[in-house]
Every structure is written in C-alpha cells, then in structure tokens.
Ligand binder design. Structure first.
Ligand SMILES: Cc1cc2nc3c(=O)[nH]c(=O)nc-3n(C[C@H](O)[C@H](O)[C@H](O)COP(=O)(O)OP(=O)(O)OC[C@H]3O[C@@H](n4cnc5c(N)ncnc54)[C@H](O)[C@@H]3O)c2cc1C
Length: 364
C-alpha cells in the first residue's frame, strides 16, 4: 500500500486530519509523525499565561484526531529528510519511506541575537516545552524580587509581555521588574502606527518597561544601544522564527532563509511528491507573514491536494486573502485588533478573540 506521511501536527495538519476523519483516504497508509500527542494552540498561550485558560483548553489531542482519521501515529521527531530517496529519519533512529510527504512543522525560535547570553533563557518555541518550563518558573517565582526581560517586539512578544505582567505575583516596584526589549525596529514593526501606540500605552499601563533598542548579549548581561546594561533573572526569547536547520540537507528547494519553497498548490517546487504548509514554507510569488492564520487557511487546499495527489486528480490553488485579522490580547481580557487599515480595541475585541480561539480548539 502507498504511504502518505504527515510530518508535524501543526495547524494545517490538524485540520486535514479533522476533514479526513469524516472521509478517510482510500487505499493509502496514513502516518502522522509528531513529538507530542498534544498540539498547543499558540493563539491561546498568552491567555493561558495570564490565567484565563487551563492547559487543556489550549491544546488539541492530536493522537485521538489521528486515530479518527485512520492514521498511525508515531511519537517522534523527524531529524532528516532525503527527498530524492523519499525517506525520512526519526530521532529514535528509525527510517520511514514515503510515497508522499506533507510538512507542517512550523519553525523554531531564532536565538541568534541572544548568542553569547549565559543566563537563564526560556524560549517560546517549542510551545509544549515553553508551557512546562513556564509553569515551573512561575511557581518558583512566588514572592521573590525578580527582573524578567522579554526579548522580541513582534506580536507574540508584546502579547506575552502583557500576559506576564498580568500574571506576575505581588507585582509592584522593586519586587518585580518586567522589561520588553524590542530590537532596533521598535515595538510591533509590522503594524500600523495606531496599533503600535495602543499596544505601547497598554504595556506601560501594565507596568512593562518598553525598551525600543537592541540588546547585545554578553555573559549574563544585555547591553542596550544607549549603553545601559540589564542583568535579568530570566530572559524570555520571543525573537522571531527561523527554519529548522535539518531542512538544508533535505534536497528540497528552499528560500534564502531555509524555508521550503512551495507553489500555489502547497507543493514543493523541487519535489512534486512533497507538500508543505504553515510557517515551514514560503511562496515565491507572494510573501506571507508567518502566522497561524495562513496555516489555517491553507489547510483545505492542502487536504484537497494531498487527496488529489494520491488519486492522481486535479489540484486546487491557495489564494491568500489581502487582509488578515490580527487580535492581540493585552493581559486583562482586553484586546487590540487590526484588519487592513482598521485599528480597534476594547473588551469586546478580547471576547471576539476568545470566541474565535476557543471555537478553533473545541472544533476538534
Ligand atoms: C505566543 C504566540 C502567540 C501567537 N499568536 C498567534 C495568533 O494569535 N494568530 C496567529 O495567526 N499566529 C499566532 N502566532 C504565530 C503562530 O504560532 C504560528 O504562525 C503557527 O503556529 C504556525 O503554525 P504551523 O502549523 O506552521 O506550525 P506549528 O503550530 O508551530 O506546529 C508545528 C508542529 O510540528 C511539530 N514539529 C516540529 N518539529 C518537528 C519535527 N522535526 N518532526 C515532527 N514534528 C515536528 C511541533 O511540535 C508542532 O506540534 C503566535 C505565536 C506565538 C509564539
């Protein structure tokens, strides 16, 4: 029997499996390789951190979903792809041949700007590790004087800073200091000025010190552009994402940053039997931001095209929408929203985000 391997239980693959649980593939052995039986939903992690959700509310049971879709689940990580030989190798040492491969493994945190830092770092990805390590840190922090620094001024960095500010114990004055070091491009560089202003105001209200400078790491210190030095107890790295290094030797066509190049069918530009969706891939014809929204929207196209590949039928094209709705939670059940030129904020925006996010996870 021919074999289709789904690599990673990212957003797109969860939705593909959900669709196939109603109409399974015929005469194809389906295998899901994922390091964890649970897939954490990043959109709710700031809300979990702020105390609005339990862990179970923020994760999808990928194992049950795979079984419902008739897939075999392998709890392991892929460490090597040999696309010319149609083979992947797992961390456990086993190799697996495939007829078709679909990659939805996301990306890893880019720690380049923190190279040389020898203090304690908590990296936001992988999310399952972040969730566990944050819980341990948070418990130990109770009642202590602390200086925690979040590094990274994008949407995830801003949201996590506001969530931490909301969650930090006994938090005033000397007892807790929370800084957000954004990098030289400042806070939310990809957003419009109105959104940046709203977020900056909210961060300051929550007692977050917003430092719109680059932090140069050396030993246990971060030296800022103006010469000041921070010596945090903990650095939380939200420093953007980079492609997994093992893709470099896969033989797959990659962009200059090492992400898998795909066409409008989510199909590899070099290997027609390989597909990819979500943060792991890039399109040559249009630049898409690395966000869960695109991974979700690409899922029906990926599902249709993987089925078409196994049945030798026609592919359908993915057309990203011109605007994307971004909702940034601000710690205390308040959120800021952006859609094209529009900027809005309020408790109703948080309720909207809460409804969308819970709807996504509960949909499985
Ligand atoms: C705190 C935070 C909040 C965010 N909020 C939002 C938001 O509100 N809206 C939004 O659109 N985006 C948001 N993002 C961005 C979003 O998380 C990513 O764009 C999205 O997760 C990408 O989805 P994906 O399917 O590509 O991969 P992921 O969701 O990252 O899933 C990849 C999966 O592959 C698995 N995997 C990794 N390596 C391997 C391997 N070698 N072998 C097998 N499996 C592997 C991982 O364990 C993971 O389960 C947020 C990010 C963060 C950090």
């Amino acid at each position: 029997m021919k074999r289709l391997v789904l690599m990673g239980a990212g957003h797109s693959h969860l939705l593909v499996l959900k669709q196939w649980s109603n109409s399974p593939l015929k005469d194809v052995e389906l295998v899901l390789v994922t390091p964890s039986a649970w897939q954490y939903y990043s959109g709710m992690i700031p809300g979990w951190l702020a105390g609005h959700y339990s862990v179970d509310q923020c994760r999808v049971d990928a194992q049950s979903l795979a079984l419902a879709a008739g897939a075999k689940i392998v709890l392991d990580s892929v460490v090597d792809i040999q696309a010319d030989n149609r083979q992947i190798r797992l961390a456990g040492g086993e190799s697996l041949d495939y007829d078709w491969l679909s990659i939805d493994i996301g990306a890893q945190t880019n720690l380049e700007s923190l190279r040389g830092y020898t203090g304690s770092i908590l990296s936001v990805k992988p999310l399952e590790q972040f969730q566990q390590r944050w819980s341990q840190r948070y418990e130990r922090a109770d009642g202590q004087a602390l200086h925690w620094v979040l590094v990274g001024g994008g949407a995830a960095g801003a949201e996590l800073a506001m969530a931490v500010a909301h969650a930090m114990p006994s938090g005033t004055g000397a007892q807790r200091r929370l800084s957000l070091v954004t990098g030289k491009q400042g806070l939310l560089p990809d957003f419009r000025p109105r959104i940046r202003k709203l977020a900056r105001r909210k961060l300051v209200q929550l007692g977050v010190e917003v430092i719109e400078q680059r932090g140069e790491a050396a030993g246990r210190h971060l030296t800022l552009t103006d010469g000041a030095s921070l010596s945090p107890d903990l650095v939380i790295a939200v420093t953007g994402s980079e492609a997994f290094p093992f893709l470099k030797t896969s033989g797959l066509a990659l962009d200059t940053q090492g992400f898998v190049l795909v066409n409008e069918y989510q199909q590899s530009l070099s290997h027609p039997r390989v597909f990819a969706a979500g943060d792991v891939c890039s399109r040559l014809d249009q630049a898409l931001s690395r966000s869960g929204v695109h991974a979700v929207r690409a899922a029906p196209v990926l599902a249709a095209n993987l089925r078409a590949a196994t049945e030798a039928s026609e592919f359908v094209a993915f057309q990203p929408r011109p605007h994307t709705l971004y909702l940034l939670s601000c710690g205390d059940k308040f959120a800021i929203g952006s859609y094209g030129p529009l900027a809005f904020s309020g408790r109703w925006v948080w309720r909207l985000k809460d409804k969308i996010d819970r709807g996504f996870v509960e949909g499985f």
